[in-house]
Design a binder for this molecule. Structure first.
Ligand SMILES: [Fe+2]
Length: 202
């Protein structure tokens, strides 16, 4: 373990108030993100910006934690070969492996020594209110609020940007998709705020 990593673990342990502002934390996060392929890295940056704005729009207080969890939400994908990330139609087995990115990502965050909450958020991004998500099939309020916010920002970004394997949708179509999943795949109240305060201002 590098000296940096030990310091981070120690600072995280003491729950320092300005933990996210210290240069070591920022450095660790950018070093970690450098392991991601470029498409996922750019996607993560955009999702982090949107998640922060979205968090502000719903009066969420811990915006730093939210933003860092969003930056790292796909970090589990850094352990996959790039082919699987851009393959359009995954086989059932490949899908199962691909879905492991949430669990692997949470583990990476844990190993880095970042606050436990961030690891829990990263693990829960793909949970759905109706219990159809993964990896723990959580339902409704069992899903961390932060994960629900990032989940919506993530889905919208994935639909509206070229990620090498998808058909890019215009904003209106992507918003309609979110509304279709309102209450089942996404928190209905959050979807409304997302339309009014985020997408309308894009
Ligand atoms: Fe994502």
């Amino acid at each position: 373990m590098t000296k940096n990593l030990q310091e981070i673990k120690l600072l995280s342990f003491f729950g320092l108030k300005n933990f996210f502002e210290i240069p070591q934390t920022q450095e660790l996060i950018s070093q970690t993100l450098a392991n991601l392929d470029e498409i996922s890295r750019e996607h993560s940056k955009r999702v982090a910006t949107t998640a922060r704005d979205f968090g502000k729009a719903v009066d969420f207080k811990n915006l730093d934690e939210l933003e860092i969890a969003a930056q790292l939400h796909d970090i589990g994908k850094s352990s996959f070969r790039e082919e699987i990330l851009i393959k359009p139609n995954l086989s059932l087995n490949e899908k199962v492996i691909f879905q492991m990115h949430s669990v692997i990502g949470a583990k990476i965050v844990e190993i880095l020594g970042l606050p436990e909450k961030i690891s829990k958020i990263v693990r829960a991004i793909h949970e759905n209110p109706d219990g159809s998500g993964y990896p723990d099939r959580l339902r409704g309020k069992e899903i961390l609020f932060e994960a629900q916010i990032i989940g919506i920002a993530d889905a919208f970004d994935a639909m509206t940007n070229d990620r090498g394997y998808n058909n890019v949708k215009p904003y209106a179509k992507a918003m309609a998709e979110l509304e279709k999943g309102s209450g089942s795949k996404f928190n209905g109240e959050l979807v409304k705020v997302f339309r009014e305060k985020i997408v309308n201002n894009f």
